[in-house]
Design a protein around this ligand. Structure first.
Ligand SMILES: [Zn+2]
Length: 265
């Protein structure tokens, strides 16, 4: 059977992929082989893991490449699952009642401060702009969220194209709510329908369009049934083609995003 034409992607197992790293795209010698989960396994609360098809998330990666992101993965999990609005996801709720308080309890004050930056009461608004009162909010490190999302994009790309994304691709991720809705609507319509793994408790799902011989791809990633992130991946040639057209660029620096947080302080 030609695995590249397997219509049932969710049934793929790590043995089906080439022995090449999802992060750096290079070949993996046997003694450096490890299983990376994309999205990261830590996004799924331990007690839920029996119900979730984690094997469906596995991709080949070098041990070293794999380990270099674990801090970012935990950071992003702790931040996003605890944000006001995300608590409607059963997966986020399980994390907030499970591993996140354990992380907080076991952290030094310095480590806590590094994760939950500038905690302060600030006015909070719902997505539709309704004032929710003053809530504890924190400053978020966008660069770490961006790194984790880049890896998620690489994971989707690898699963769909059966080859790791070349490292010279130009990557971009944005909060999807900043994009003009008519543009997003047009592109989203062309994407495949929402994809998730079996048993996913509203932690991760995605839509995407990968085209032109795998040189251009767009993604919509939904985390904890609350956050929508837009992603783009372009080969250097594809990027050149778009250079005269307007590519989406975030209008404001993302390093100082403040999000209302609902964990107890
Ligand atoms: Zn690697």
């Amino acid at each position: 059977m030609n695995k590249h034409r397997d219509p049932e992607r969710r049934n793929r197992r790590i043995e089906d992929y080439p022995k090449r790293c999802m992060f750096c795209a290079k070949e993996i010698p046997d003694d450096e082989f490890s299983r990376e989960h994309s999205p990261p396994k830590c996004f799924y609360e331990k007690l839920l893991r029996n119900d979730v098809d984690l094997k469906g998330l596995e991709l080949p990666a070098h041990k070293n490449c794999n380990n270099s992101f674990s801090g970012d993965n935990e950071y992003v999990r702790n931040i996003l699952a605890g944000v006001l609005g995300a608590e409607n996801s059963s997966g986020a709720k399980a994390l907030v009642n499970g591993v996140i308080p354990i992380f907080m309890k076991n952290s030094t004050p310095k480590k806590l401060e590094a994760t939950y930056k500038k905690v302060k009461l600030r006015p909070a608004y719902s997505n539709s702009g309704i004032f929710l009162g003053n809530k504890p909010s924190i400053e978020v490190e966008w660069s770490r969220i961006e790194r984790v999302l880049f890896n998620m994009i690489k994971g989707i790309y690898y699963k769909v194209s059966m080859q790791p994304m070349p490292t010279n691709f130009h990557l971009l991720v944005l909060d999807a709510s900043v994009l003009p809705s008519e543009v997003v609507h047009h592109d989203v319509e062309q994407m495949v329908h929402w994809q998730s793994i079996k048993g996913d408790p509203e932690v991760f799902r995605c839509r995407y369009k990968i085209q032109r011989n795998n040189t251009e791809a767009i993604f919509l990633i939904n985390l904890f049934n609350y956050f929508y992130f837009w992603g783009e991946a372009l080969s250097p040639e594809a990027l050149k083609k778009y250079q005269n057209k307007e590519l989406f660029k975030p209008s404001s620096p993302k390093s100082k995003i403040l999000v209302p947080y609902y964990l107890a302080y």
